[in-house]
Design a protein around this ligand. Structure first.
Ligand code: NAD
Length: 485
């Protein structure tokens, strides 16, 4: 535990918050949390299962009506306090995140602030939950649409953004008046528990936010089977998203699914490389390439291919792989051995089918640290063209025409993020409208922020998070007919 040196040691919790108190598993079962930088255990967490999940659901239901009736201004004020506490404790939260997730400390701090921005955004949005009035067919009638909380909600979140993926769900749920149960990834539960400590301090009523750590299949199947849980918001792999959707069919639950991606990034001949290269670096190598909107396929027009690859190699050479706590590191370890195996298998498969190794390659075994890699002449028959790599590998594909680029970009069952770089504004409109993705970046590699809707289509999921649309995911419409006036 020595790498977690906090100003406020209370933030490091090894119990879960449910049923109105911090608790262990009923039978005392625990799981270890491993530091990917050292591969050493840093904490234990309760391995909760079905019984504890039932307890959390019942407790959430017991506060559902009162939380839903709490004035919006009061809910907003609590979110404002929570936001301030997250900001005040950003350094400690970043340390916890780096220890359990591996990302460099500066990047972890960036995520804390990004995560906090959703709390602020939805604190403000809580005051703007408006309904509607609809012209009635006669003067003695009125028709209103009321917006009401969906009820008990649950969030199941991944390890790659241990804070932001939670605040992006919890803040709109609480703003809308829904109690929410969070099941963070078992790989990164400590950030979630620290957020819950700060929510308690902010003064949220007991039960409106609970955090269950432990066994994903048991907790997940209990949440999906429950008729009390009216909404599940999931971020993670498409495979698990599909399973949760099937499991939620019996109870006809509202679902938001933020799933995997296979983002294309298109570089046209006329792209301005001073804009393009930083865009590619941000989109490709942030979080060591472990992001759902990370450029997985870099499509480069033939005329700029040489110049682009030279500049990219220069930028990639400046990256420094190393421990997240070391100040010069810009790329931390991958989350675990499985992640390294997947990255290596994609490189191996591409090279064996004729791709050229421009930089990096399969790293010598070194914990879960891997070298940033650039592959040239990648083609659509290679695995990397179809699967999410989730690592610091930039595969370069060549194309000749705009039509070909769009066809290649859309040739994926996923539809989350896509990017393109060009100086031609007519082309920009054509390409933006032709790309079949939920989010498109034109001359930018940054498409995630509090104010803009985030989400995908096709196998990348359902629903939108962030922005004014994000709160709708936690609201029901009730049509209220008034007669005989
Ligand atoms: P994952 O699907 O393995 O796990 C995500 C969460 O689901 C974890 O909390 C895990 O414990 C839980 N889980 C696993 N099996 C479950 C089950 N049977 N029932 C209930 N819960 C279960 O994904 P991951 O490896 O943690 O995250 C990486 C994936 O997440 C990538 O595919 C990435 O693209 C995706 N992702 C998507 C977004 C987005 O916004 N679209 C954002 C971040 C990550």
């Amino acid at each position: 535990m020595s790498r977690i040196q906090l100003k406020d040691t209370e933030l490091l919790r090894q119990q879960a918050l449910f049923g109105g108190r911090w608790q262990d598993a009923h039978q005392g079962a625990t799981l270890e949390v491993i530091d990917p930088g050292t591969q050493q255990p840093i904490a234990t967490i309760p391995a909760l299962g079905a019984a504890e999940t039932e307890q959390a659901i019942d407790y959430a239901e017991s506060v559902r009506v009162s939380w839903g009736k709490t004035p919006n201004g009061t809910r907003a004020a609590l979110l404002e306090k929570w936001h301030q506490l997250i900001i005040d404790n950003a350094d400690d939260l970043a340390i916890i995140m780096t220890a359990e997730q591996g990302k460099p400390l500066a990047e972890a701090k960036g995520e804390v602030l990004y995560g906090a921005s959703f709390v602020k955004w939805f604190a403000e949005e809580a005051r703007r939950i408006y309904g509607d009035t609809i012209p009635a067919p006669s003067d003695d009638r009125r028709i209103l649409v009321l917006k009401q909380p969906v009820g008990v909600a649950a969030a199941i979140t991944p390890w790659n953004f241990p804070i932001a993926m939670i605040t992006r769900k919890v803040a709109p749920a609480l703003a809308a008046g829904c109690p929410i149960i969070v099941k963070p990834s078992e790989l990164t539960p400590l950030s979630a528990l620290a957020l819950a400590v700060l929510a308690e301090r902010a003064g949220f009523p007991s039960g409106v936010l609970q955090v269950l750590t432990g066994l994903p299949t048991e907790i997940g199947s209990t949440l999906t089977a429950s008729r009390t849980v009216r909404k599940i918001s999931f971020t993670g792999s498409t495979r698990v998203g599909q399973l949760l959707m099937q499991q939620s069919a019996d109870s006809i639950k509202r679902l938001s699914l933020e799933l995997g991606g296979n983002a294309p990034l298109i570089v046209f001949d006329d792209a301005e490389l001073d804009v393009t290269i930083p865009g590619v670096m941000a989109s490709k190598f942030r979080n060591a390439g472990q992001t759902c909107v990370c450029a997985n396929r870099i499509l480069v027009q033939r005329g700029i291919y040489e110049r682009f690859s030279e500049r990219l190699l220069e930028a990639v050479s400046a990256l420094k792989v190393g421990d997240g706590f070391s100040p010069e590191s810009t790329i931390g370890p991958l989350i675990n051995d499985r992640a390294v195996e997947k990255v290596n298998s994609h490189i191996d498969d591409a090279l064996s089918q004729g791709a050229t190794l421009l930089r990096g390659g399969i790293s010598a075994p070194n914990g879960t640290f891997v070298e940033p890699t650039v592959l040239g002449n990648v083609t659509s028959s290679m695995r990397i063209a179809h699967e999410e790599t989730f690592g610091p590998v930039a595969p370069l594909f060549v194309f000749d025409t705009e039509e070909e680029a769009i066809r290649m970009a859309n040739d994926t069952p996923y539809g989350l993020g896509a990017y393109f770089f060009t100086e031609n504004i007519r082309r920009a409109w054509r390409v933006a409208e032709s790309l079949e993705f939920g989010m498109v970046g034109f001359n930018t590699g940054a498409i995630s922020l509090d104010a803009a809707p985030f989400g995908g289509i096709k196998l990348s999921g359902l629903g939108r998070e962030g922005s004014r649309y994000g709160i709708e995911e936690y609201l029901e419409q009730k049509t209220f007919h008034i007669g005989s006036l």
